[in-house]
Ligand binder design. Sequence first.
Ligand code: BG6
Ligand code: MG
Length: 219
Amino acid sequence: MIKLVIFDMDGVLTSTTHEHFSAWASLFKHHFNLEIDPLLEVKTKGVSRLESLKVLLDHYGIDINESARLSLAQEKNIAYQQLIAQFDESKCLPGVIECLEVLKRRKILCALGSASKNGPFLLKAIKLEKYFDYVVDPTLLRSKPYPDIFLKAASHFGISPQDCLGIEDAEAGIEAIKRAGMFAIGIGPEQLNQADLKVKTFPEISQKLWDEILRGKKE
Ligand code: BG6
Ligand code: MG
């Protein structure tokens, strides 16, 4: 019986994939005069800011020290924050509010389990704060695909991982949910083969399907 649903933010509640990647793209253009390959986007999804930077630096064989990395990561974040500054409720992905309403009616707890330190800002901006009982602070936790963020949400409520469900749009996120021992819903355009259930958008999950999932009957 599912008691807690843990949502990722980027690509699940709102679509910020383009904003994250275009902030990296302008940074790499400015500092290294490089047009980053759009195919790298998928590898930066779901992982922390510094991990994303490492993916890009490694790909282009750029070796810089820790303090240069921290400064680039900070610069990327400033560019990203400018891109999301005007986000409002119109940026919620289709079916998100309806899904949160279903869970609220059924008295299921909801947590935000995002790797992003901008998660709390976005949750407020897109006006979803009232649906969330807890927001995991990713600061001191290992990045997805480690299960830490999902396990932190479960332990906050003292709920066993087998009574939790995670929703993710990225490979690293689905792996984190499965490593946490939870039911994984994959959403969005990626294949996400490890997910227990894969949909393209929330409206694909009918009331009947929600019933089965929440009762733990959907294997
Ligand atoms: C994830 C995004 O949700 O958050 C990643 O998918 C991003 O692309 C990560 O790197 C960290 O986000 P932030 O906002 O803390 O830089
Ligand atoms: Mg995501």
